[in-house]
Design a protein around this ligand. Structure first.
Ligand SMILES: Nc1ncnc2c1ncn2[C@@H]1O[C@H](COP(=O)(O)OP(=O)(O)O)[C@@H](O)[C@H]1O
Ligand SMILES: [Mg+2]
Length: 138
């Protein structure tokens, strides 16, 4: 039985194909690269998964061949800014984009501080255009 592969994209290191009729992709190293990049990706995903806030954003890996550097992971649709903010995650609305939800979750995880009011109104800038959090009351 042969699997049909549909090319999705090629980055600097890997060529990625959707396995036709499935919700999986397979990543092959492009010629001339060793398996480091795929190994690093698999290891980094494991490390990042220790964070509760990051876990929902990590791709699901089903198979990794360290010798060939081949990874099989879930297929994900193209990034869409509008859909990324609704209906999930439920707390993303207005100025509070999914990135800001993630930042406040990471702040909570790291420091225990609830800083969820990341509205533009509560952000200011210093002379060097560094953003300042001016209302970390909640
Ligand atoms: N799980 C996936 N689902 C759908 N498309 C993917 C997936 N992983 C990667 N791609 C697509 O394939 C491209 C190349 O994959 P990537 O892992 O970024 O390779 P590289 O390490 O060479 O940059 C990505 O930019 C993306 O568009
Ligand atoms: Mg890439």
């Amino acid at each position: 039985m042969g699997l049909k592969l549909v090319h999705l994209g090629t980055g600097a290191f890997r060529a990625v194909y959707r396995i036709k009729g499935t919700d999986f992709v397979i990543k092959f190293l492009t010629d001339g690269f060793f398996d480091e990049h795929s190994r690093d990706e698999v290891n980094n995903i494991k490390k990042l998964a220790k964070s509760k806030s990051l876990r929902p954003h990590l791709p699901r890996i089903h198979y990794y061949d360290p010798k060939l550097g081949v990874i099989v992971m879930n297929y994900y649709t193209r990034y869409n800014k509008t859909r990324a903010n609704k209906p999930h995650p439920a707390r993303a609305y207005g100025d509070i984009t999914w990135e800001r939800v993630l930042i406040s979750d990471l702040i909570k995880e790291l420091t225990g501080v609830n800083f969820s009011d990341l509205w533009d109104e509560n952000l200011r800038m210093d002379k060097n255009d560094v953003v300042k959090f001016v209302d970390v009351g909640c």
